[in-house]
Design a protein around this ligand. Structure first.
Ligand code: NAP
Length: 482
């Protein structure tokens, strides 16, 4: 870590996922090209986990190495000597807002959104009813997730038709062999070894024209070995509004075309209905992902406290919305996964809008209430700023906007004036509190160890399973073979 002088601008970024790292990039960019005083910058990039990259590491599906490749870009940014990684430090517990105000001119909160939204329908608390994030964090080896996941359901339903639903459904039909080359921890690999899944239904409350999938991700479903994608042709009907959307929105057109292609393939194979197509695929020993539209989840059915079915209300289009037909349908499933959106968690001492589950802000400047005044020196970026939407790259422009506000406030003298801006002050405070900080060198030790573990099995990386193992390796580095 270098600092040009003790008067360097001191910024803390809380949350080292894509939004946090892109905020660091925007700060470096400002320092390189638009810092009129030449005072320099030192950024502390905090994470409550001992490892960086947030959603990229613990949210992107392991069979998506293309997206995981963005890690290399983030690594390049975080390697700048003006960025100091301080992992295993929890905001609100290890450091308070008051501490931050004493240490930094500005703080950017980019803590993301990894809690599951509830549907508030009966049965959500049954065993076998899960939020997508619970499953995603398990298969991605989040150190705080429960290491046990029982993949005993032969039939499961995934609620929601966005990209998270596709990730969850695709992962639910994976075998351990198909995940052999990925970076999942060994206990997750073993979990997939007993995957009993046969049919996964992906359920949309509206029609296909309103699915939130992206075409590339949808097409990918057709490439999973041993998997048949089944679509009920009766679901592929459009009212005038949906037809117009399909014609004018390229993404929507591609989604509808792909679904029709699968329905067409079923017809050509001689299957008169989706049920027949499903039965034929199962008879051949394969697995099935079945898309069902115009079905709104009404109740998760249970027997002896466990999920045994799903009651769906059949809907019909009403422009971009749907109305109930008054009819229901019960689906026999043993597990239900809600992929209906994520929620951010409130942060200690900061305002939070519970309705939209974001920190109230004006283009990244944190406000004391949704229509209130800016809180000097406090900013936000990423999903906790704007809600859980957009792809990873969306966080770059989001962070640039936030840092634009921060540097404008610097220019106008509106930032916070810390009493202890010198870079060692925060380390001293954390040491006093007994916090085992995972700094850049400790993270490098974890990273190297995971790469060595992976190389021994012919993979790029094998993730360590838990926080204790990460701290052990990070704070007491040793060769992987020992
Ligand atoms: P999303 O795209 O907003 O999809 C949420 C889905 O849940 C929608 O189909 C929505 O239907 C449905 N839903 C919401 N409330 C519901 C209810 N009460 N009953 C039934 N269905 C309900 O969110 P997401 O899938 O969580 O993804 C979050 C973001 O991450 C998205 O921008 C996504 O593209 C991105 N992502 C990208 C990738 C990738 O690029 N590979 C992977 C994962 C996630 P309605 O439309 O009817 O509300």
């Amino acid at each position: 870590m270098t600092t040009s002088s003790d008067s360097a601008l001191r910024v803390a970024v809380v949350g080292s996922g894509p939004a946090g790292v892109y905020a660091c990039e925007a700060l470096l960019d400002w320092s390189d090209s638009r810092d009129p005083s030449g005072r320099g910058i030192v950024v502390d990039l905090f994470d409550r986990l001992p490892v960086p990259y947030g959603l990229l590491r613990h949210g992107v599906a392991p069979d998506h190495p293309r997206i995981k490749g963005i890690a290399r870009t983030l690594e390049g940014i975080a390697a700048d000597p003006r960025i100091r990684f301080l992992g295993n430090v929890e905001f609100g517990t290890d450091l308070t807002l008051e501490d931050m105000r004493g240490l930094y001119h500005a703080v950017v909160f980019s803590t993301g959104a990894l809690a599951d939204r509830l549907l508030n329908i009966p049965g959500e608390d049954l065993e076998g009813s899960h939020g997508a994030a619970e499953f995603v964090t398990w298969y991605d080896g989040h150190p705080d997730s429960d290491p046990e996941w029982v993949l005993t359901a032969e039939r499961a339903a995934v609620l929601g038709v966005g990209n998270v639903a596709l990730d969850v459904a695709r992962m639910l039909v994976r075998s351990a062999e198909q995940l052999e080359a990925t970076d999942i921890p060994d206990h997750v690999r073993s979990g997939f070894g007993t995957n009993a899944s046969r049919v996964v239904s992906v359920i949309g409350r509206r029609g296909p024209a309103y699915a939130k999938f992206t075409p590339l991700e949808l097409r990918e479903m057709g490439k999973v070995e041993g998997l048949t994608v089944v679509v009920d042709p009766a679901d592929l009907e459009y009212d005038d509004e949906a037809r117009e959307l399909r014609e004018h929105d390229r993404r929507v057109g591609q989604i509808c075309d792909q679904l029709e292609k699968w329905a067409g393939a079923q017809r050509e194979a001689g299957h008169g209905s989706a049920d027949q197509a499903e039965a034929a695929a199962l008879d051949a020993g394969g697995r099935v992902v079945r898309f069902r539209f115009h079905r709104s989840p009404a109740r998760i059915l249970g027997t002896d406290g466990r999920v045994s079915g799903l009651r769906l209300e059949l809907t019909e289009p009403d422009g971009p919305r749907v109305r109930s037909t008054g009819r229901t349908e019960d689906l026999q499933v043993e597990a239900v996964y809600r992929a209906v959106g994520y929620r951010s968690a409130p942060l200690e001492g900061l305002p939070f809008d519970p309705g939209s589950a974001v920190i109230p802000n004006d283009s990244g400047r944190i406000l004391d209430s949704p229509d209130g005044d800016p809180l000097p020196g406090l900013y936000t970026a990423g999903w906790v700023k704007r809600g859980p939407t957009g792809v990873i790259g969306t966080n770059r422009s989001c962070a640039v906007e936030t840092i634009g506000r921060l540097t404008a406030d610097l220019d106008s003298g509106a930032l916070n004036e810390p009493t202890h801006p010198d870079p060692p002050a925060v380390l001293d405070l954390l040491a006093e509190r007994g916090v085992a900080v995972v700094d850049g060198a400790a993270w490098t030790a974890i990273d190297t160890h995971e790469r060595e573990l992976g190389a021994a099995a012919g993979r790029e990386r094998t993730k360590l399973p838990g926080r204790a193992e990460m701290l052990d390796i990070g704070l007491n580095p040793r060769p992987a073979s020992r």
